[in-house]
Ligand binder design. Structure first.
Ligand code: HEC
Length: 139
C-alpha cells in the first residue's frame, strides 16, 4: 500500500514537472515571437534580418560581448543609444545609435531576449523587472 502511494507521488510530481516545463517553453516562444515583432520594426533596418549588421556602418549583433554580456549595459544601449567608437570582428563602427527609450519595458525585455537567443546567440532572457530597474537608475 505504501509503495503504491510513493509511486503515485512520484508519477504526479513527474507529470507536474513536465507540464511546468512545457509552460516555460510556451512562454519563451511567445516572448520570442513578440521580440521578433519589435526587432523587425525598430532594429532590423540597421542590424539586418540576420543580425549581421552593415560593415563599417551598423555593427553585427551576433556573438558580441554587448549582446551576450552584462544585461544592464545591454538595456542601457537601448535606453540611451550608444555613441562610442566600436571595433567588432576587426571592423570599426563610429555611427551613433539613437535612444529607443520610447519602447515600453515589456518591448525592451522581449526584443533583448529575442536578440540574445537568435542569430546563433544563446543567453539568458531579459526580464521586465531588469528593464524597470535599469530605467529607474537612468533617471
Ligand atoms: C539607425 C540604425 C540603428 C537602429 C535602428 C538600431 N541600432 Fe543598434 N547600433 C547602431 C549603431 C550605429 C551602433 C554602434 C554605436 C556606436 O558605435 O556607438 C549600434 C550598436 C548596438 C549594440 C551594441 C554593439 C553590438 O553590435 O553588439 C546593440 C546590442 C544594438 N545596437 C542593439 C540594437 C537594438 C536591440 C535595436 C532595436 C531596438 C537597435 N540596436 C536599433 C545602429 C542602430
Amino acid at each position: 500500500m505504501k509503495k503504491w502511494m510513493v509511486l503515485c507521488l512520484i508519477l504526479v510530481s513527474a507529470m507536474g514537472m513536465m507540464v511546468s516545463s512545457q509552460a516555460g517553453n510556451t512562454q519563451m516562444k511567445t516572448t520570442m515571437a513578440r521580440g521578433k515583432l519589435v526587432y523587425d520594426r525598430y532594429c532590423l533596418t540597421c542590424h539586418q534580418a540576420d543580425g549581421g549588421g552593415v560593415p563599417r556602418m551598423n555593427p553585427p549583433i551576433t556573438n558580441t560581448e554587448y549582446v551576450l554580456g552584462n544585461k544592464q549595459r545591454l538595456i542601457g544601449i537601448v535606453l540611451n543609444g550608444l555613441n562610442i567608437p566600436l571595433e567588432i570582428n576587426g571592423e570599426e563602427y563610429e555611427n551613433p545609435m539613437a535612444s529607443h527609450a520610447f519602447l515600453k519595458d515589456g518591448q525592451i525585455a522581449d526584443v533583448l531576449t529575442y536578440i540574445r537567443n537568435s542569430f546563433g546567440n544563446k543567453a539568458s532572457a531579459v526580464t521586465v523587472a531588469e528593464v524597470k530597474s535599469a530605467r529607474a537608475k537612468n533617471k
